[in-house]
Design a protein around this ligand. Sequence first.
Ligand code: HEC
Length: 131
Amino acid sequence: MRRLLLLALILVATVGVLAGCNSKGTKTTAPETVEGAAPEQPATTEIEMPEGDAAAGKDLFGSSGCGGCHTLADAGASGAVGPNLDDLKPTAAAVYDIVTNGRNAMPAFSGQLDEQQIADVAAYVVQATSG
Ligand code: HEC
């Protein structure tokens, strides 16, 4: 009885694989047509950046030393070299841009954090300062 079941299973699997090959072989390669206008980009997306993870960003905010220069209550940071982030409430794009490229006395972190990490920090700063 067990054997029969096993045989049946193997058979089903084999047929499945064969059918898969077959359908692949006969698949037509006509390009997909997309109808209608492309979805509109939200106006706030000025720069391309990965989706940020605020929880990971909180750790990075601490380990990168952002708090040495910035005040951010959520992070227990009270630096006063750069603007107070609680007051500034920057957008994710603004954080991403300045952390990547730096500006004046604010150092660039692109050599230290990758794009995903910078997006994480941006998501965290937005989360910590909104509401
Ligand atoms: C050495 C001090 C220093 C460190 C470290 C630092 N910043 Fe800054 N930051 C500054 C200064 C100074 C400015 C103001 C730059 C200017 O506009 O002249 C600034 C500006 C900013 C702004 C304002 C951007 C805007 O749109 O005006 C944000 C957001 C910011 N920093 C986030 C961060 C984050 C996040 C980190 C950690 C990854 C960080 N900073 C680390 C000094 C620092």
